[in-house]
Design a protein around this ligand. Structure first.
Ligand SMILES: *[C@@H]1O[C@H](CO)[C@@H](O)[C@H](O)[C@H]1NC(C)=O
Ligand SMILES: *[C@@H]1O[C@H](CO)[C@@H](O)[C@H](O)[C@H]1NC(C)=O
Ligand SMILES: *[C@@H]1O[C@H](CO)[C@@H](O)[C@H](O)[C@H]1NC(C)=O
Ligand SMILES: *[C@@H]1O[C@H](CO)[C@@H](O)[C@H](O)[C@H]1NC(C)=O
Ligand SMILES: *[C@@H]1O[C@H](CO)[C@@H](O)[C@H](O)[C@H]1NC(C)=O
Length: 467
């Protein structure tokens, strides 16, 4: 068994060091798709997570993208402890908590402008203290998130945590905080790579597991370095409640797809669904694409007062399941046609040999959008069943080669595609080039890994080639 796989790996490249680990099918599914493709046919390899996993934070959190609510997009600075409690109540009473929305995140403005040794809550708006609020939220089986900045002040000029990392982290841990969003204002021009790791270490040294969400606005391409710093990292500037902002942010976030995975996610910012600046169909696109991109699903509206349409979008279990799929590979833009490429196919692999596909019409008129199997790296003779995640129905049982539908302007349709399994037997391990970097010694170390199925057993292979 081992000899056979090493010979196969040898066929691919010269090797100085080869490690083979036998995996259970479940752990194999977590690392890479079970349906291993040898030669992705399309121009975009939707399985490419080759930049993920070399570095990542081992606090055990973020195995799937975080879900919950954050105060900023709707309330900005108009927050207080009553609002936070009522929001926790509403997450429970609406059933959103049961669907996975379990973080209740307080954004900027909870702190006082001045600080003690540690940051202190503003007495006017949070008179009972954050620990009381954490107890309230925990009693409902929810988690509490807090906010600060890797600067001397927060963006709204409250006390920041730069140079106070240990004191603030210790305070938050003692209050029972579960999540930190860490912003980038008043940073004294110090590079993010020097300002964000100290808070990672401070959070770690409290011994409490605290989700660490980096908000450095994508300025220094955090995907390249934040994998071992935080559980998610913003890839862009702030979203606003417009179609133009949402679409441009989706495109910017797409670039970093290969860097995301369990433990560390690209963050294109929080949801605007329900805030009034986009139509129902535009919000449906926003939610579908965020789910496909394995973005955090942090609701940004007033959940105490949602319309039926807002609730329908945010509570779509099948779309949420795509976001929370254990395989954890970010879906991406795979094909565009039409004027300025406004008819778009976005897709990504799911566990169980399935694919999620979003047909997204960003044109000003309706049009037909088609996904062809070759853009998924699938043999075009394979028969595929198609489920519509917004109609909640199986629409076709045996599509071959491609599948297309009419999509309204500024709308999307979202599907799960399930190829007939018998076509998927794969005998050779697929070896995927992971990374190449200069070591301090000056040698180039090429690290390659892959998952393969051999005689029904999944194996992980890591190859290091010193040149
Ligand atoms: C702290 O970091 C260590 C090493 O990366 C890790 O094993 C541990 O789980 C972390 N602890 C917390 C509380 O995050
Ligand atoms: C708390 O904040 C909410 C939302 O901004 C506001 O409607 C409410 O009046 C505030 N309550 C208090 C006591 O300030
Ligand atoms: C919203 O974002 C768009 C696109 O980034 C930008 O052009 C626009 O100025 C922003 N609008 C507001 C009100 O900030
Ligand atoms: C609830 O939302 C509607 C708009 O959807 C708004 O007109 C109304 O004022 C809101 N009510 C409260 C209590 O915030
Ligand atoms: C697709 O599958 C068919 C039937 O199994 C096979 O004959 C053909 O060679 C495959 N095509 C490609 C490009 O792999």
């Amino acid at each position: 068994m081992l000899r056979k796989s090493s010979q196969m790996a040898m066929d691919y490249m010269s090797i100085t060091l080869l490690t083979i680990v036998i995996l259970s099918p479940v752990s194999a599914a977590r690392l890479t798709p079970l349906s291993i493709i040898q030669n992705p046919i399309g121009p975009v390899n939707i399985f490419d997570n080759s930049k993920y996993g070399l570095l990542h934070l081992s606090n055990g959190l973020a195995q799937t993208p975080q879900m919950g609510w954050n105060s900023w997009n709707f309330f900005a600075c108009n927050i207080n402890e009553t609002l936070i409690k009522e929001t926790a109540d509403a997450l429970i009473s609406t059933g959103l908590a049961d669907l996975g929305y379990n973080y209740v995140n307080i954004d900027d403005c909870w702190q006082d402008i001045t600080r003690d040794i540690k940051a202190i809550p503003e007495s006017k708006t949070f008179p009972s203290g954050i620990n009381t609020l954490a107890d309230y939220v925990h009693e409902k089986n929810l988690k509490l998130g807090i906010y600060s900045s890797a600067g001397v002040f927060t963006c709204q000029v409250r006390a920041g945590s730069l140079f106070h990392e240990n004191d603030d982290a210790a305070a938050w841990a003692s209050w029972g905080v579960d999540y930190l969003k860490y912003d980038n204002c008043f940073n004294l021009g110090i590079k993010p790579i020097d300002r964000y790791p100290p808070m990672r270490d401070a959070l770690n040294s409290t011994g409490r597991k605290i989700f660490y969400s980096l908000c450095e606005w994508g300025e220094d391409d955090p995907a390249l370095w934040a994998g071992n710093v935080g559980n998610s990292w913003r890839t862009t500037d702030d979203i606003n409640d417009t179609w133009a902002s949402m679409t441009s942010i989706a495109d910017l976030n797409d670039k970093w797809a290969a860097y995301a995975g369990p433990g560390g996610w690209n963050d294109p910012d929080m949801l605007e669904v329900g805030n009034g600046g986009m139509t129902y169909l535009e919000y449906r696109s926003h939610f579908s694409i965020w789910a496909l991109m394995k973005a955090p699903l942090l609701i940004g509206c007033d959940v105490r007062n949602m319309t039926a349409e807002t609730f329908e979008i945010l509570s779509n279990k099948e779309v949420i399941a795509v976001n929370q799929d254990p395989l954890g590979i970010q879906g991406r833009k795979v094909k565009v046609t039409g004027t300025d490429g406004c008819l778009q196919v976005w897709a990504g692999p799911l566990s169980g040999n399935r694919y999620a596909v979003v047909l997204w019409n960003r044109c000003s008129e309706g049009g037909t959008i088609k996904v062809s199997w070759d853009s998924l790296g699938l043999n075009s003779s394979i028969s595929v069943s198609v489920r519509d995640l917004w109609k909640h129905k199986d629409v076709v049982s045996d599509a071959v080669g491609s599948f297309g539908v009419h999509v309204d302007a500024h709308s999307c349709e979202m599907f799960v595609l399930t190829p007939k399994l018998s076509h998927f037997r794969e005998e050779k391990p697929y070896i995927n080039r992971i990374d190449s970097y200069q070591r301090k010694t000056g040698l180039t170390e090429v690290v390659q890994t892959g998952i393969g199925q051999l005689d029904g057993i999944y194996v992980a292979i890591a190859v290091m080639d010193f040149q």
